[in-house]
Design a protein around this ligand. Sequence first.
Ligand SMILES: Cc1cc2nc3c(=O)[nH]c(=O)nc-3n(C[C@H](O)[C@H](O)[C@H](O)COP(=O)(O)OP(=O)(O)OC[C@H]3O[C@@H](n4cnc5c(N)ncnc54)[C@H](O)[C@@H]3O)c2cc1C
Length: 360
Amino acid sequence: MLSARERKRLGLDRPITRRDFIKGMMVGAGSLVLSGCSGSTFGSDTPPALTLPPSVHSYFGGDTPDTISTCHRVHNGESFDQGEDTGEIYDLVVVGAGLGGLTPEEKILLLDNHVDFGGDAQRNELTVKGQRIIVTQACDYQWAIGSEYAQVKKLWDDLGIDLSPTSDLALAPEAYHEHLFVNGEWIRDFWETGYNSVSSPWSKQVQDDYDAFWEIMESFKWEPWAQVKAELAEWDKISFKEWMEDVNGWDPQVTHLIDMWVRSDYGAGVDTLSAACGFWNFTGGDFVRYKWPGGMSGFARHLVNALIPQALNGQDVITGNMDRNALDSSENNVRIRLESTVVEVRHEGSAESSDHVLIK
Ligand SMILES: Cc1cc2nc3c(=O)[nH]c(=O)nc-3n(C[C@H](O)[C@H](O)[C@H](O)COP(=O)(O)OP(=O)(O)OC[C@H]3O[C@@H](n4cnc5c(N)ncnc54)[C@H](O)[C@@H]3O)c2cc1C
């Protein structure tokens, strides 16, 4: 539940005379009533078509062209005139059914453009040669947390999730392998052993530079804090790329690999991120990491199971088949409406005097 302060900040303490919604793409229960949503020509910004290898018989989830084509139309400046008033009234409408949006409230509607909830913490499901495969789309791991995060621990307990170091979900460090496709070839476990294997695309010099990078990161101590703080202040003045290439003289191929990880973690490259920030990311020592099949979509599923139990109806939270109609049932307090891209949010009339918001 939202705190009293948060409710006030969002204006939920004010009386609602009427909040309604325009039936456009948003309230068509996934029908996306606008013409041309399923992939006609939208100019040069058209998302590329999805091509699957012949061995993949079915595919579910992800940023498929259908999912993002409406966003491309917004980006291209199209206007969306069609629509009819559905008369639906909610206390709160959340655009995006990612981990941040999955919120318990009294009367809430979540709208998301994807075929599944979870946002970055979504799963992709494939059937390959009759075998169901559940994979992570982006958000993979839950990290162990310190005692200061008592509220998060309480949430895990409330959801019945065991994230103790002995939990089945805890990954042994040796279970963590990442294989990279480099120059047309898979390099097994690139970070740990692949980079200096016989198939490595790197010269001995680049491998040594990479070793030097980890030597610094792994031996770094975050104490005494006064000294570390002063060093961080200096590293904050240059980019992570400058620190690697100019200060340490390492090969740009090392920077290129690190750049990939930094982009995934921060949404910004090594040329933008300060050295201090990059440094913080790669030091830290041992920690326990937890993972469900399909990564953090497991956590999203636990949240949805608590909010809308009838969607899984007692099945296993991770492998059960989610009843997608139940997610958006009018009997729910929390409704999740998928395949629904919001193209416009506005007050009716002036923001000062308007008592409701229209969502298209
Ligand atoms: C590659 C990658 C790896 C990551 N790995 C980890 C990890 O291992 N562990 C970890 O803790 N964190 C990880 N993160 C971070 C974590 O995934 C995110 O911080 C978190 O999932 C964000 O949740 P959110 O709800 O704020 O946003 P999002 O997950 O982005 O959800 C927002 C949703 O809103 C939808 N949306 C946006 N605009 C509209 C619109 N107009 N209409 C309808 N829908 C809309 C989006 O499509 C999306 O589905 C990773 C992130 C990325 C990108």
